[in-house]
Design a protein around this ligand. Structure first.
Ligand code: PLP
Length: 353
């Protein structure tokens, strides 16, 4: 089965071999306080910075999921209020989780087809939370928009959920203070690990909030990370697999080129289709890594089940879009021949109705 699901997604073919290597090298029972682990942790972070073009003065942490990152941000970085701009389910869920810990959190929804507009605030420090790639509907905040938001809000702390885009497209890391993603999407890895990237300004904010009442308080995580360790026994195998995958993948600029080209090809493909349409029409807000495809509910249901019979797993439509849409991941681990196979399969449905 080839998974086009936008998470958990197709993993790299090399993963089983890496797991065998991990077993052979004793990684599976590695002590997380050992010199060997510290070296692995340091090496993985070095590779993350190199391959994803992360500035050297940013600090990288390991967590277990993007959801855990939502919670760490709420408990350890937001002081009284945060402003959550969202146009879909993941951004809204982040706001919902935050509200439980930070009653002053504010949610501002915006339309899927519209470019997000955040009022400029040159003086006050706000805590802004954004979802760079909204996996539920297939929209993205473009790098140029994120640069503009940074420029218009120099005093603010900006935190960005990039779970379904990090390692797939090039992100303007310097334009935000906190970035996070779990690895079961664009990284092409099995679930159970996430990374969180913090700017020096985010680290200063963490110190000023000074929250230290949780096992995953960022203050504690930061203290442990000075020794290349984590507060709890982390997903050591996940970190090892991440290190191996990072060693193999091209620098993010090259990966971005491939993904953006493939995205353009998908857009052209659906422009020619009679029965299947891109759910997001505005190219300026359309995601390059997750596509939502809409059509007649009967056709969509037929396509989903027939695709499965052919070994092609499509992503379900999200929430209210379940019946009329399916989603396709455009993640780096997918091979061109697999994409071609899916296109060939989808073409068959064009003349049916
Ligand atoms: C998948 C996803 C999440 C949730 O990730 P977990 O690792 O399951 O916590 C959060 N945000 C976005 C944008 C996602 O795509």
């Amino acid at each position: 089965m080839i998974s086009f699901y936008p998470g958990p997604s197709r993993t790299y073919d090399e993963i089983p071999n890496y797991v065998k290597d991990a077993h052979r090298k004793g990684i599976l029972s590695m002590n997380h306080r050992s010199e060997e682990f510290m070296a692995l942790c340091q090496k993985t972070i070095k590779l993350l910075k190199e391959k994803l073009s992360i500035p050297s003065d940013y600090t990288i942490f390991f967590t277990s999921s993007a959801t855990e990152c939502w919670e760490i941000i709420a408990q350890s970085l937001i002081s009284k209020t945060s402003f959550h701009y969202y146009n879909g389910s993941f951004g809204e869920k982040w706001f919902d989780y935050t509200k439980r810990l930070v009653p002053g959190a504010t949610g501002i929804s915006f339309e899927e087809e519209k470019i997000l507009l955040i009022p400029a605030n040159k003086t006050d420090s706000n805590f802004i939370c954004l979802t760079q790639n909204e996996t539920s509907n297939g929209t993205e905040l473009s790098p140029s928009l994120l640069r503009a938001i940074r420029k218009n809000n120099p005093a603010s702390i900006i935190a960005i959920d990039a779970t379904s885009s990090m390692a797939g497209v090039e992100l303007p890391i310097k334009s935000a203070d906190v970035w996070f993603a779990s690895v079961q999407k664009c990284f092409g890895l099995p679930a159970g690990l996430a990374i969180m990237i913090c700017s020096p300004k985010a680290i200063a904010q963490m110190k000023s909030v000074n929250e230290n009442t949780h096992y995953n308080s960022l203050l504690f995580m930061d203290e442990m990370m000075t020794r290349w360790q984590t507060p709890y026994t982390p997903n050591v195998l996940g970190i090892y697999l991440l290190m191996r995958v990072l060693k193999k993948v091209k620098p993010i600029r090259q990966v971005d080129k491939k993904i953006t080209t493939r995205a353009t090809e998908w857009v052209d493909f659906f422009k020619e289709s009679q029965n299947l349409k891109l759910y997001i029409r505005n190219a300026a807000v359309r995601s390059r890594t997750v596509f939502t495809i809409s059509g007649d509910a009967n056709l969509i249901s037929e396509i989903k089940s027939k695709a499965k019979d052919q070994g092609l797993l499509l992503g379900e439509g999200y929430g209210t879009l379940k019946k009329n849409t399916f989603r396709i991941a455009n993640f780096p681990a997918l091979k061109q021949k697999e994409i071609n196979a899916l296109k060939k399969f989808l073409r068959k449905f064009d003349y049916k109705f």
